[in-house]
Design a protein around this ligand. Structure first.
Ligand code: HEC
Ligand code: HEC
Ligand code: HEC
Length: 131
């Protein structure tokens, strides 16, 4: 007869062991990565945890809706759920980079670390780089 508890404990221990390098590193590396946060604004368009994982999807939706459907106003889901009704323009440079003024020390820094190179900047021009 198997001891169910022992088997379960074994499985849990195995999962923790297998994923430890990942989440130990994730926490540590993220701290090492000092990103320049907006000086005056305290919150992102959506909750920060969601943004970390979902900002690419959000931008993709924004582009499609703004360009194809001419829907250029965005009301944060976050704020719909009780807070002030925060509205944003669906714009990469005029919205994201209006708060995240330093693309190099924010977007680029994390992307370089993560090994991603969004091709957006072949056409879109970051405000700081216009000068
Ligand atoms: C109103 C100002 C504002 C706008 C607009 C804004 N952000 Fe943010 N964003 C912030 C702030 C403030 C933080 C940091 C929040 C914190 O530390 O709790 C943040 C955090 C983030 C993070 C997480 C960073 C980390 O430390 O992991 C990402 C990614 C991000 N923003 C991307 C974007 C993108 C992409 C857009 C445009 C779709 C955008 N932001 C628009 C203010 C803004
Ligand atoms: C905390 C780290 C972090 C920050 C800060 C961050 N990104 Fe990202 N971004 C990522 C990661 C990781 C990916 C790749 C995710 C994937 O492929 O699933 C990504 C992917 C993207 C993509 C999709 C690229 C592609 O080729 O699929 C876009 C667009 C993007 N980020 C825009 C931005 C912009 C604009 C900012 C600054 C306002 C920003 N990101 C800030 C981590 C970050
Ligand atoms: C081949 C050139 C090109 C590339 C590459 C490109 N875009 Fe665009 N994008 C445009 C043009 C042109 C518009 C239309 C401008 C308008 O109608 O305001 C646009 C509009 C947008 C808009 C809505 C309007 C605004 O002010 O931002 C978003 C959001 C957007 N793009 C996001 C992205 C993202 C994210 C990437 C990279 C993953 C990207 N684009 C790559 C050309 C490009």
């Amino acid at each position: 007869m198997y001891n169910k508890k022992a088997v379960l404990a074994g499985v849990v221990a195995f999962i923790i062991l297998m994923t430890a390098p990942f989440w130990l590193n994730a926490g540590r590396e993220h701290k090492k990565l000092e990103l320049e946060k907006p000086q005056f604004e305290k919150e992102c368009v959506e909750p920060i945890k969601w943004m970390r994982a979902g900002h690419m999807q959000l931008l993709d939706n924004w582009r499609n809706e703004a360009v194809r459907e001419s829907k250029r106003d965005y009301t944060s889901e976050h704020f719909k759920a009780g807070h002030d009704n925060k509205k944003f323009k669906k714009s990469l440079t005029l919205t994201c980079l209006d708060c995240h003024k330093n693309k190099k020390k924010f977007c680029d820094k994390c992307h370089t670390y993560a090994g991603v190179k969004p091709y957006c900047w072949e056409c879109h021009v970051a405000p700081e780089e216009k000068i």
